[in-house]
Design a protein around this ligand. Sequence first.
Ligand code: GLC
Length: 787
Amino acid sequence: MERFFETKYSYFKNDGREYVIKTPKTPRPWTNVISNGDYGVVVSSTGSSYSFRTHASLNRITRWNQDLIRDDWGKYIYIRDNEDGDFWSIPWKPVCKDYEDFELIHGIGYSIFNTEYYGIKTELTLFVPLEDPVEIWLLKVKNESSQIRNISLFTYLEWNLGGAPDWHREFHKTFIETYFNKDGNYIFSKKRLWEIPNKKGQHWNRDWEYTAFHWVNLSVSEAEGSKEEFIGLYGDLKFPKALIEGKLTNTFGKWEDDIASLKVNLTLNPSEEKILIFALGAIKNDSNESIDKIIEKYNSKEKVEKALEDIRERWNELLSKSLVETPDPAFNIMNNYWLKYQAISGRLWARTAYYQLGGAYGFRDQLQDSQIFLYLDPEKTLKQIRLHASHQFSNGYVYHWWHPISEIGHVNEISDNRLWLPYLVIRYLKNTNDWNSLKEKIPYLDEGEGTLYEHCCKAIDLSLTKFSERGLPLIGDGDWNDGMNAIGTQGKGESIWLGHFLHGILKNFVKICEKEEDYERKGYYLKRAEELKEAINKYGWDGEWFIRAFKDNGEPVGSSSCKEGKIFLNAQTWAILEDSTSEERKKLAYESAKKYLYREYGPLLLYPAYTSPDPEIGYLTRYAPGVRENGGLYTHAGCWAVLASCKMKDHEAYKIYKSFMPIYRGMDPDLYKVEPYVTCGNVDGPDSKYFGRGGWSWYTGSATWYFICALEGILGIIPTWDGLKISPNIPEDWEEVKIKRLFRGKIYEIHIKKKGGFEIFVEGEKAKGDLVNYQGDKKVVKVEVYI
Ligand code: GLC
């Protein structure tokens, strides 16, 4: 099978759907985030991992500690040769033997570890079935040697069961109880304490409302519930007592440091292969879920293989709603498979990854991430919009973030959060024309309910009350940039970026007011938009670019007069994206951004980085220089910069897009370090010692926006109120491009060809200008574009 983008560590295969890792010693743990929307697993190239249900921090099933250097928390399988006592582990951790053969395939919804050691070949497939709260480990073990082999397999995992990490283990372990169900061949485990308050609001007075279990299909010879028995006092996972001695002690109960280990003995003739199926899951007590029923569904190789096939099919069907075919295979691989998968599995369903354990919903984060569904299944974007609207109070405020399960959230004066609701509704309507959605009643968090339209108006109206005397929006506890958390806490600091953002929302939202026949509001919003634009341009212009913000004491941030942080990216790009300034200023702002910010590994969020903390700005200035928001590439914002380049018709747009493309960056893996198949949150900027190093992979905002900037920026297929606007920004040497795109319930098959001039044919008929707005009955609409 053809290999793409191969390095000494890895390559893509199977059209790019699968990523093959050739060694467990990747420059960082390279992970897969596998989820079915409820149950999830994060698994890395070393084989370490954690499992959770609904919320990775409040409802974690297995223990894990964030340590990307050791990466030594997980769920493991040991293999022991009973003739000579040698043992190893699959995957690589914790024993870390040098395999004769190693290959890890991260796929869409599964990971497969292929290893060979000491004449024993294994294939371990890990996945989470579509519907059940369980993960399956399908293990094939084959004897490749010429002797009969007598081996034992030992699994190992530590129970967490609830709030994580359980840093006070001595406290928490006393609430856990474990049992071995001999007839059922499984261990199960409960916890009599959960960190979540009970109905009366009492803390530490509630059961963990689940039962976790760990099962295997072959007869268990011994099992273990005690960490002390397994590892041995002062021992470790590399040389655990259980493996040295070759036995488990069947110790279970309420008095242990709780783990689960199942031991299975196997005798394998030369060339003989045996199949084992392991399951790990957690059922909800007081529900119709049952351990026996789940086991019954996955207790044969055929059933497990079918479940895996179902996953492949489901993903395939979903992802193929929008596809691209361009001369750049990296562009195709990212946009056809991995970005969509990352956004859905990683950000909307699991909401967790190695760099940020998470589990909560960020008001602005998952709204933005849910834009991926505009291309695949817009009803799901609407579902996300509803969910967020229901986390708004009747006074317009919203939770900054909230926890599913506990429904505990946090309200603050961060000024942009609530505005992402109308922003998303605008995007949803442009893509779907589903105007009825506005009428749907959604409850407020505190009392009463309102239509989706009213929810949006409340968000905007509240923001319109939070203005300074000179007509600029107050930044409050921060705006999109979380690290600018001290600029406006006294209620005076102002944000220019927020001004651009709000301006765009007002200008677009009037279309919605019109549809709702809310003409008074329409007039008011238009007036406020004009005034806002004027104020931004009067006070926010620094001469060659836009200032980012003003502190409570009136000092500018992101101005040439500043010692550090002289220019900020978002303040320039959003002026372009939201048309909040003159053409001349757009040009100047863009030129300045290009000059100072658009660098080798992507556009920097600001420049130069802060080298010492500025308590009047916030923790952004406390990061190491060049790291994350402090002067690195922040992928999320880098994507907006690509969109701005495209809007400015910069012929270098593709080069800029490519400068932070994971696949190309991944061709220099020892510099880039993070996974080449998913986007990372940030890349160190020039003020870091590690300029070009990626961090925080599988991060929120990055995948969806990277997808959008490819589809709407580079390919230039832009949803507008009047239809799809076609405005490609493809590189000079691309002769043709094919795009399949879901839009307003129809599949558009768009074929762009280089020919000179600009003409569009929709179903053979010449379209006016650059708009495609097909009104016929066809479900699949053919569009020819000649450029
Ligand atoms: C993180 C946050 C997101 C924020 C961004 C910039 O990605 O999750 O909400 O906008 O950082 O600070």
